[in-house]
Design a protein. Sequence first.
Length: 64
Amino acid sequence: MNFVQQLSLYISITAFIFLILGLYRPWAMLWWEDVQNRRKVIRLYGSIASVAYLAHWIIVLLDA
């Protein structure tokens, strides 16, 4: 369970870093999309970061 907890934390940190990079230069983070804008970056990487961080804390609370 510790591995999944750390993995979800690392995924949320990575998604947050990608979110910051994508706000500066959206093309770098959404190169596969036809239209790259900051709203899509926030929607994609913000939701990944939020869900992974929430999963991390659920696992922490269940493990305690």
